[in-house]
Write a protein that binds this ligand. Structure first.
Ligand code: ADP
Ligand code: MG
Length: 633
């Protein structure tokens, strides 16, 4: 009664996909076969719902590892297949039974049917790891004959009647010698956890130990003799449930508690820090999309802060971090996204050009921006406490995506050195006189630039802190791209606007002082200015033109060793007695020189550490001055 045949292949359909598999992970075969089992059960349930099949007590997919036999079996108690169905759905590659079934049993409501298959190719992934594949199945259609299908290469097959009496399907894989890892329970479990953790039907993992068969027989005897012992044995080999059939993201947000969200976060991302907040995406329109996005607490700048976005299709895991679907800047988040309608088995480059995918990605971006703005508007205090964790993400998003910037710009805040948080508008109102240019003063290093910061804050002006890597890019973005605020950033050592008063310095004196300092330092190009500072504490300051400093920093970072000097200016404070002394002194050069050197070193030290040689000279000179001060007492 054995019938032979040969599998027909719609080559144009299968080739691209088979190629893709060659490059992707082998372990997806398990996802495909388990999801087929889930599909078979979903189909059965739909028939039962229509009264075309009897309700069952329990539905499950069982994955059984049998290392002794070299097999991995995936069995389900779903609809099963008749011989004709096997020939039609299995033997004609790329002819998906799922689609045909759905046409026939289209659910009345708009709700998705929960059926995973679409492409009619999944089953063949079994041949990536198997030297032989057996299907043993009994269809639930009345009077059906159980059948057994065997193929060694996915090309030639044999099909014959089977003595199976239980409805459902077993897929038995004879695992290749080179793929033996799939006979290891741990590997199978972690593969199931990776792909099947949220599939909609209960999935159990079983293991048959080496001599279980023999043990089985003796057990039967033992059974009658000593029943309590068998009880314990059974316990030891209990099937393990590996999935959660109702993942949190499929529930309505109103049904989920804060606790639920936190637990889910810990479980899925193995993350023990609590998330800052989260967004539960739950859209039916314009597309069917569900998911939860978490804003993680940032670790320090040097440890990896990479996020993970897990993409699902009807509760079946597809991949992590598919950047064609998730905007790049959202990759700092952690979360799950489930889009049942997404074309999955197509290449990434096709995804990139897919209008649906682009709209979905825009939608996610919009939701994230809206949530940030609403957090800012309704819980500003709290928002400020986690701003330090989310600001790199927000700034990165602004730079990468103008639409995101437009939505979120009013929720971008700046922390001042006084630990206040201001929006750009608030900074402007507080610090900038009507009609004046909008310049925001910042520090890139609060400790290093403390003296300059002090001078600004003493005048009642706010200095904001911009000390992370992203800040430089963000400031350029704000100045050149986000022109609507006409904002300019200037580091506290870049200028003295607002720190000087109206007292005019005479040009003669300025020229003279420039000569003295050029002479003393040997810097022939040194630019010296004489101004009247509001404060008389410091004799001099070094300022560096903002643009030239940024350019120089950039070329140091990217220019491969090219050294573009910064435009420095030594600004002398005409209110300071030391400057007075230099202007009017007739002392000889040997006396004047160390004073100039000391002044310029002090000014330099207020913004950066001195080089070793210069530091040594500075310390010696300082000791000399102290000695003189004591001697002259
Ligand atoms: P897809 O799932 O995309 O339709 P597959 O290659 O995974 O493609 O499966 C092809 C078809 O074989 C399925 O649509 C289904 O009709 C049938 N099939 C596969 N596995 C089972 C199973 N365990 N029980 C019943 N039918 C199955
Ligand atoms: Mg399938």
């Amino acid at each position: 009664m054995t019938e032979k045949g040969s599998i027909s292949i719609h080559a144009q359909n299968i080739m691209p996909v088979i190629k893709k598999w060659l490059y992707s992970d082998k372990d997806i075969f398990l996802r495909e076969l388990v999801s087929n089992g889930c599909d078979a059960i979903s189909k059965y349930k739909m028939m039962a719902l229509k009264g075309e099949a009897a309700e069952k007590e329990a539905y499950s997919v069982n994955v059984t590892v049998n290392a002794a036999e070299g097999t991995l079996t995936i069995s389900d108690n779903g609809i099963g297949m008749t011989a004709d169905e096997i020939k039609k759905y299995i033997c004609q590659v790329a002819f998906s039974g799922a689609e045909e079934f759905l046409k026939q049993y289209k659910p009345d409501s708009d709700e998705s049917s929960g059926i995973i298959g679409h492409f009619g190719l999944g089953f063949y992934s079994a041949f990536m790891v198997s030297s032989k594949v057996v299907i043993d199945t009994l269809s639930c259609t009345e009077g059906a004959q159980a059948v057994r299908w065997v193929s060694e290469d996915g090309m030639e097959y044999e099909i014959e009647p089977s003595d199976r009496t239980v409805q459902g399907t077993d897929i038995i894989l004879y695992i290749n010698e080179s793929d033996k890892e799939f006979l290891d329970k741990w590997t199978v479990r972690s593969t199931l956890e990776k792909y099947c953790a949220f599939m909609p039907v209960e999935i159990y993992l079983n293991e048959i130990k080496k001599d279980e068969k023999k043990a089985d027989d003796s057990e039967k005897k033992a059974d009658t003799e000593n029943p309590s012992e068998t009880e314990a044995d059974k316990d030891a080999d209990k099937p393990e449930l590996v999935n959660e059939t109702h993942p949190l993201w499929m529930k309505k947000p109103s049904e989920c508690t804060e606790e639920d969200y936190k637990k889910f976060y810990t479980k899925v991302f193995h993350e023990y820090d609590e998330p800052l907040f989260w967004i539960h995406l739950n859209a039916e329109f314009p597309f069917n999309l569900k998911g939860i996005l978490y804003f993680p607490k940032l670790k320090n700048e040097f440890s990896s802060n990479e996020g993970v976005i897990k993409l699902y299709n009807n509760q079946v895991f597809v991949a992590d971090n598919i950047k064609e679907v998730i905007p790049e800047f959202l990759m700092l988040l952690k979360g799950v996204i489930d889009c049942p309608d997404m074309p999955l088995n197509v290449s990434r480059s096709a995804l990139q050009n897919d209008g649906y995918v682009r709209k979905m990605s825009d939608y996610i971006t919009r939701k994230v921006a809206d949530r940030l703005v609403s957090e800012f508007n309704t819980h500003r205090e709290e928002y400020q406490t986690y701003w330090k964790d989310i600001h790199p993400f927000v700034k990165y998003g602004c730079i990468k995506d103008e639409k995101f910037y437009d939505r979120v710009k009013d929720a971008v805040i700046y922390r001042t050195t006084a630990s206040e948080y201001l929006t750009a508008k608030e900074y402007k109102t507080k610090n900038i006189d009507e009609g004046k240019d909008f310049i925001m003063y910042y520090t890139s290093d609060e400790k290093r630039q403390a003296q300059m910061i002090d001078m600004f804050t003493a005048q009642g002006r706010d200095v904001v802190i911009m000390d992370t890597l992203i800040d430089n890019n963000f400031m350029s973005f704000m100045e050149y791209s986000a022109r609507d605020d006409k904002i300019q950033f200037r580091r506290v050592d870049a200028g003295l606007d607002g720190l000087t008063d109206d007292v005019k310095a005479d040009e003669e004196a300025q020229k003279k002082l420039q000569e003295i300092f050029r002479e003393a330092t040997g810097e022939k190009e040194l630019d010296v200015k004489l101004v009247s500072l509001k404060s008389d504490e410091m004799p001099a300051m070094i300022t560096v033109d903002e643009q030239s400093r940024r350019f120089s920093e950039m070329s140091r970072q990217w220019g491969g060793g090219m050294d573009i000097p910064e435009k420095r200016t030594l600004t002398l404070n005409l209110k300071h007695p030391l400057v007075d002394y230099l202007r009017s002194t007739s002392d000889d050069a040997d006396t004047v020189k160390p004073v100039c050197e000391q002044i310029i070193d002090l000014a330099e030290m207020a913004r950066r550490p001195l080089e070793a040689d210069r530091m040594v000279a500075f310390l010696k000179r300082s000791a000399g001055f102290l000695t003189k001060a004591v001697e002259n007492k």
